[in-house]
Design a binder for this molecule. Sequence first.
Ligand SMILES: [Zn+2]
Length: 290
Amino acid sequence: MNSSDRSQRFLFEDHPIRGQHVTLEQSWKEIAQQGELEGRGLSLLGEALVVVALLVDTLKIDGSVTLQIRGTGPVELLVVEANSKHEVRGTARQVGKIEEQMDLQQIFGSDYLVITIKTESAEPHQGIAPLRGINLSDALEYYFATSEQLPTHFWLACDEKNASGILIQKLPGKLKDDDAWDRVLHLASTVTDDEMQRLALDDLLHRLFNEEIVRLFDPHAIKFSCSCSRERTAAMLLSLGKAEASEILEAEGEISVSCEFCSANYSFDQIDVEQVFSEGAVAPPSATTH
Ligand SMILES: [Zn+2]
């Protein structure tokens, strides 16, 4: 596969341990250029994007995984999403300077992050994780260690050109030798950012775990794609309520909504708005020409 953006699973043949590797270049470039993020703010967005891309494939769900942090810190919002079609999108809003010694709680001005798992068949599942530590991997590992989930570790790396990461997870079942899990984690910890971001996965796994038998699965190509639409924006107008919608119309002449993930713009004039509220939905574009 030539795609610069991919997700690939691997499995330790002798132990109930699995892993996932994600590397993003083109999609990361498209997402990174939309915000006015810099330095650590930018790398937190890229790392969070890698986390949801890792999780959606590890959980093998038919749906999406969203990670969201809202607060009052220099980065007041971060939302990233990956779905089982291997599409990713994300955005973050930086409103202040991140000082060097700041931890996650200070950067976001919040003490938790929210992970939402949506599937076709079940109600959305929401997990709340304390924003512990300096790095996103600290907070996630704490979450996996303290909620009743499989032991899971993350290694994440991000710069302006590339966002990558590895997830290693212990599955239920007996290890061939008692040290296997600690040994795999120890070896994984020797990975460098550069190796995660630039090496082909078989080379990377050989470099890390050359004494273990690791099976590599076929990679999936990942791309940036936004799920926003005129219909979804209309649904948002409906939930806003007619009174508020009329108020905006009166003040602005139209209601213009920009998607914060992809900058797509959806505008509704008075006739559109009336239609939204009378039908409870928006008509297809051909019928809205007037
Ligand atoms: Zn969009």
